[in-house]
Design a protein around this ligand. Structure first.
Ligand SMILES: C[S@@+](CC[C@H](N)C(=O)[O-])C[C@H]1O[C@@H](n2cnc3c(N)ncnc32)[C@H](O)[C@@H]1O
Length: 273
């Protein structure tokens, strides 16, 4: 990894206990970036973030009755959209107990085609049976995992052969020199992330997953970032003391991080061999 971090999954969970409502508010009810077709696309944040979910789902192409794993499920908005349109069963895991509570509280009316359940679990030590899933997706969660090889190893283990993994994630291209390298290390420490320098290629292969496709969508998602920075600024204004300072730092570091030219965002499809 180009960037190292020292946080635990408990630290990440605590971060999301504090930041989930800010993300939700800034990103139209989701906790991931939006996708716009081009400059002329005037879609709202909610439409754009739902579209990212749809792009991930299309890549998974779930068949009726399949069981999917949502790795780093947030507050369940992604799974909620999938089960509203597909007759699948989803198990979601997150290291934020607040998110798991919100996700399990979401209504699932009987007329929905699918069903979802959520539990606290660390994807680097996934407590789920071998080959128990037909597909898996990880939207902006692998970046938070220090031991990405362990997480991908567990995902490969719980997938049946031929099962797909779809990843939507940031990565960092090329080597960084000071002062960018120092600033990037500071941002990664704050946001508790480490970024893959090779779009997960080596890690996936070593885990027994074959890359089927990678699409660079950096420019399609870029519009999300200003909204995120504004969201942290607004939260800083509404909070006091240490909580306000944390949101102010998030806005300041986030504005730099998201504008960094070597930061990329891509959609990746892999298959369990
Ligand atoms: C940016 S949020 C994305 C949430 C969700 N995928 C979505 O698109 O709305 C990152 C998520 O990764 C989860 N996460 C981070 N590290 C994790 C780990 N080791 N195991 C499980 N989930 C993890 C967090 O709890 C959080 O739900």
């Amino acid at each position: 990894m180009l960037t190292q971090h020292s946080h635990t999954s408990g630290d990440v969970g605590a971060f999301y206990n504090r930041h989930t409502d800010v993300y939700d508010d800034a990103l139209g009810g989701n906790i991931h970036v939006g996708y716009w077709d081009d400059e002329a696309d005037g879609s709202s944040m909610q439409v754009a973030t739902d579209r990212l979910t749809d792009l991930v789902t299309e890549r998974l192409a779930p068949a009726e009755g399949q069981h999917l794993l949502d790795v780093g499920c947030g507050h369940g908005s992604t799974a909620a959209r999938i089960i509203a349109h597909h007759a699948v069963r989803i198990t979601g895991v997150s290291v934020s107990d607040y998110q798991v509570e919100l996700a399990n509280r979401r209504p699932q009316p009987a007329e929905l085609p699918g069903r979802a359940t959520f539990q606290w679990a660390d994807a680097t030590q996934l407590p789920l049976p071998d080959q128990s899933f037909d597909g898996a997706y990880a939207i902006e969660s692998l970046m938070h995992m220090k031991d990405k090889a362990a997480a991908l190893g567990h995902i490969a283990r719980v997938l049946r052969p031929g099962g797909r993994l779809v990843i939507a994630e940031h990565s960092l291209e090329g080597e960084l020199a000071p002062p960018d390298a120092d600033r990037m290390a500071e941002a990664c420490r704050f946001f508790m992330v480490s970024l893959s320098p090779d779009r997960y290629g080596t890690l996936l292969r070593e885990a027994g997953l074959e890359v089927v496709d990678y699409t660079d969508t950096t420019e399609n998602v870029r519009r999300s970032y200003d909204s995120m920075t504004d969201g942290w600024r607004k939260a800083a204004h509404d909070l006091d003391g240490q909580e306000a300072r944390e949101m102010e730092t998030a806005a300041e570091l986030g504005a730099w991080f998201f504008a960094f030219p070597q930061l990329r965002y891509g959609l990746l499809t892999a298959m369990r061999t």
